[in-house]
Design a protein around this ligand. Structure first.
Ligand code: ARG
Ligand code: ZN
Length: 878
């Protein structure tokens, strides 16, 4: 049965302190939990039974106020332990349980990774450690004693401060940790293992000395510098941008190889998927370095937005995630180029969130019901949630937003609150009414903005008519208008912004301005114009909406060349490419042949001729929208037609602009030793974009250059770019390079992941067989989520032409894997269902084949995780 937001009840009992004692052992760990409870005065339900959550636990002993309880006075099932009668006032419960970390393949609760013992508790993993009020609105102070074999587990970590340690019997030792900040159980963590510590130090604005400890396995000790540097940047940035300081004397980060997600913000003890923390120039790409900086920042920022102030219930997930992703994006913009950061986050949003919002798993930023909360760690909750916060930031202005956040921190510190509380804080600090704005949290679907214009040369007026419409989503047939901040400029023939004066206004505004749309249809008249402008709409992507405006090729080219808003400059080029690639795909569908569209050719060749002052931006402008994104704009998705259209354009550009690509590559190849700096990152991106085009038509010279780069590169960015280009071409060097790469990196799991992903994502024929072979390769492992994502994720999300093979073999392979993972790691299994959910959008035979696999999953899958995804994917047709 689904959990509903409207069913929320405050906890009947509060937990003041909890004392945990772990006798750690990978086979069977014993846990003793002593909890000091009392009735919740705010619950108004005196005498309620005490309900503790618990899963997969062996119950060894239960005590109430020091007295052992027998089975006659409590009940326990697969989900909870209930003590019907407890004292009126404060009381103590002691629970002793055992769990089996080694047998825990779900990677939730206490599990093993490599030789380590570690935990993942968000959202509901703590209940696999002990019977507990495992809900985010129960906050307690934790004392944790970890006891383990000293030789295997010399390092014993938990949240907070290390307060005591000692020797035990038979080679065992123990360490006690105390976390002074009350926290919900999902922020609990422990790690035990043989780890090397990289240390650093940070002095906070108020002079507190903080020790920074980054733990890795010994052989990775030289890969922690970038994460530590990023951490210090994040700590400083949060002080400067939000006035937030760190609050403990110790900040610990541990790299874990087997991890379901990216990272976890446990209080004072972050756990990271190795992929998002370990980096060395020869093993990690610029993209990895960028991701690490962002994820380290993200988890650090959670200390205030998530930990000090947490969520009342899991429907409020975006309260912490949307806000923290927004803060992460601001941080990324401050550390590099603002325009590039914006382009990359919008690209992610449109690549993953727009499709979600347009399909059967669409849900509001604050969902109103769920079966399995793990299925709601989605692009909508994270990325769209961040866009909603960004709109608030822009609507209130930086100072107003900061004042609102200050109020939020001050008023709710130490509490578990709601999205509503956050909005109220913003309203109160700014004396503003954000009532209509709340719809962004409750209404799913991407608003479509239809914009039409007319110019009256005689009157000097330019009229805009803007209509908004949000398509129906499951459970929400009718939509209300949402407030949309439409940032725009009017670009003149000389490429400059024209002054904007709305009818009735005293003076003109120069540069961009924001029109706040509130109604289904609105009209605006700009006056005093002596020429017809080109409107630059939704500058900086000022709202998560889709703009429909009948731009001509010439207008798009004009914006792509001159728009003062760098985001929209890129956007105009992408729009031009998209329009023409979709037209080519249509031509292919009606039996024609795809070719390089003239206007696209011209646009790219103009870009190549213009001086490139920002290499990173130019690299993005030269990159065609990917097939996944193009598919979203196709009436009925035909993956083959899209692939043919995009390939024709790519190879056409490769051929027609050959000289340009060569000289671009020569000009931008980065000579010196690797440095992670925006300038150098941009140069590598641009040179490798050029290499990609050269290899789209792999003549002798290109192949040689590519092999040389592959062999000589001193950094993974360049080496991998070369390997990717080789792996996508049917040339003899392909196999040679893949083998050499594996030979060199086979002992490095993170690099092997790249090797797997590149092959799984290669559009060459035989993709399904290739993926099958990769899954049989010794480097693959079904129990490691990174390996599964590298192979299956890359195949199903980044290789549309092979995944959507006409005979349905790609779908079958995916569904088989979902079934295989269903019993071991339902969280990962459920995520893999995603690529099948948009079955209704595809050409009939693919639609039918995807549907058949979903039906098979519905019949055979056992976990609620997969079950919920499949039910949503299939929709109402029970
Ligand atoms: N709170 C983590 C983050 O975004 C994500 C943890 C999600 N874990 C999960 N099992 N769903 O930083
Ligand atoms: Zn987060």
């Amino acid at each position: 049965a689904p959990v509903r937001l409207t069913d929320y009840q405050p906890p009947a009992y509060l937990l003041d302190t909890v004392d945990l004692h772990f006798q750690l052992d990978p086979g069977r760990t014993r846990v003793r939990a002593e909890m000091a409870l009392r009735p919740n005065p705010a619950a108004g339900e005196p005498g309620a039974p005490l309900v503790l959550h618990g899963q997969e636990l062996e119950l060894l002993r239960l005590e109430l106020d020091g007295e052992p309880l027998t089975r006659a006075v409590y009940s326990v099932d697969a989900e909870r332990l209930v003590i019907p009668e407890v004292p009126d006032g404060a009381f103590t419960v002691v629970v002793e349980t055992a769990t089996r970390p080694e047998a825990n393949t779900a990677l939730e609760g206490l599990y093993t990774s490599g030789g380590k013992l570690c935990t993942q508790c968000e959202p509901e993993g703590f209940r696999r450690i002990t019977y507990f009020p495992d809900r985010p609105d129960v906050l307690a102070r934790y004392t944790v004693t970890l006891e383990a074999d000293r030789a295997s587990y010399p390092v014993l970590l938990a949240n907070g401060n290390r307060v005591a340690a000692g020797e035990g019997e038979e080679g065992r030792h123990w360490v006690r940790w105390e976390d002074p900040f009350p926290k919900p159980s999902y922020l609990f963590a422990l790690v035990a293992g043989d780890l090397t510590c990289c240390t650093d130090r940070f002095t906070t604005a108020s002079g507190r000395e903080v020790d920074l400890h980054l733990y890795t396995e010994a052989h990775n000790a030289d890969r922690g510098d970038h994460a530590l540097a990023s951490l210090k940047q994040a700590m400083r940035w949060d002080e400067e941008a939000y006035g937030r300081e760190y609050d403990l004397d110790l900040y610990q980060v541990v790299a874990v190889d087997d991890f379901n997600m990216g990272a976890m913000e446990n209080k004072g003890l972050n756990l990271f998927n190795s992929q998002f923390v370990l980096a060395r120039p020869d093993t990690a790409t610029d993209a990895d370095y960028t991701n690490i900086q962002a994820v380290v920042g993200h988890e650090y920022f959670h200390n205030w937005t998530g930990n000090r102030i947490t969520c009342r219930d899991w429907f409020q997930l975006s309260l912490k995630e949307g806000l923290t992703v927004f803060r992460e994006q601001q941080f990324a913009a401050a550390m590099g180029s603002e325009a590039v950061a914006r382009i990359d986050s919008v690209d992610r949003l449109r690549g993953a969130q727009f499709p979600e919002d347009a399909g059967p798993t669409a849900h509001p930023v604050r969902p109103s019901e769920y079966v399995e909360i793990n299925n709601f760690y989605t692009p909508t909750v994270y990325e769209k949630g961040a866009e909603v916060v960004r709109m608030l930031h822009n609507a209130l202005g930086p100072e107003g937003f900061r004042a609102g956040c200050d109020r939020y921190f001050e008023r709710f510190d130490g509490q578990a609150v709601t999205v509503e509380d956050f909005l109220t804080a913003l309203e109160e600090a700014n004396d503003r009414d954000l009532r209509q704005f709340r719809r962004w949290y409750t209404q799913a679907g991407t608003p479509q903005l239809e914009v039409r214009s007319s110019f009256d040369a005689e009157a000097g007026t330019f009229d805009l008519c803007v209509r908004q419409h949000t398509p129906a989503t499951p459970g929400q047939p009718a939509k209300e208008p949402v407030p949309i901040p439409l940032a725009l400029g009017l670009v003149g023939a000389d490429g400059h912004d024209l002054p904007m004066q709305l009818e009735g206004e005293e003076a003109a505004i120069h540069g961009s301005r924001v029109l706040l749309l509130r109604y289904e249809e609105e009209r605006f008249r700009f006056t005093g114009l002596t020429e017809e402008p080109v409107p630059s709409l939704l500058r900086g992507f000022s709202a998560p909406a889709e703009v429909d405006y009948p731009y001509s090729d010439a207008e798009l080219a004009h914006l792509a060349g001159h728009d003062s808003d760098l985001f929209n400059r890129w956007e105009a080029g992408q729009r031009l490419a998209r329009t023409h690639l979709l037209a080519q795909a249509d031509a292919v569908r009606s039996g024609g042949e795809a070719r390089l569209p003239g206007p696209l050719h011209q646009a790219i060749s103009r870009l190549l001729e213009a001086p490139a002052d920002d290499a990173a931006l130019m690299a993005r402008a030269l990159t065609l929208p990917d097939e996944g994104q193009l598919a979203e704009y196709m009436e009925t998705i035909d993956p083959d037609a899209l692939h043919a259209a995009r390939e024709a354009a790519r190879t056409g550009l490769a051929r027609e602009l050959r000289e340009g690509w060569w000289s671009l590559r020569e000009q931008f190849r980065d000579a010196g030793p690797y440095r992670f700096e925006p300038e150098a990152v941009g140069r590598r991106a641009l040179a490798n974009t050029a290499l990609g085009y050269l290899m789209a038509e792999p003549d002798e010279a290109a192949r040689e250059a590519c092999m040389e780069q592959f062999r000589e590169a001193d950094n993974m960015t360049d080496q991998l770019a070369a390997l990717r280009a080789l792996a996508a071409s049917d040339i003899p060097e392909r196999q040679e390079a893949l083998e050499a790469f594996y030979e060199r990196w086979q002992d490095d799991p993170l690099v092997v992941d790249k090797w797997l992903a590149i092959q799984a994502a290669s559009p060459l024929p035989g993709g399904v067989e290739r993926v099958q072979a990769l899954m049989d390769h010794p480097a693959f492992s079904l129990t490691n989520p990174n390996k599964v994502r590298a192979v299956i994720g890359a195949f199903a999300m980044r290789n549309p032409v092979q995944f959507h093979r006409p005979d349905g073999a790609g779908y079958r392979l995916l569904a088989d894997l979902v079934l295989e993972l269903d019993g071991r790691n339902p969280q990962i299994a459920a995520r893999l269902v995603k690529p099948l959910t948009r079955w209704r959008r595809f050409v009939p035979e693919r639609e039918a084949a995807m549907h058949a696999e979903l039906e098979r999953l519905r019949e055979r899958a056992g976990s609620p995780d997969v079950g919920e995804m499949v039910d949503r994917a299939l929709g109402d047709e029970e």
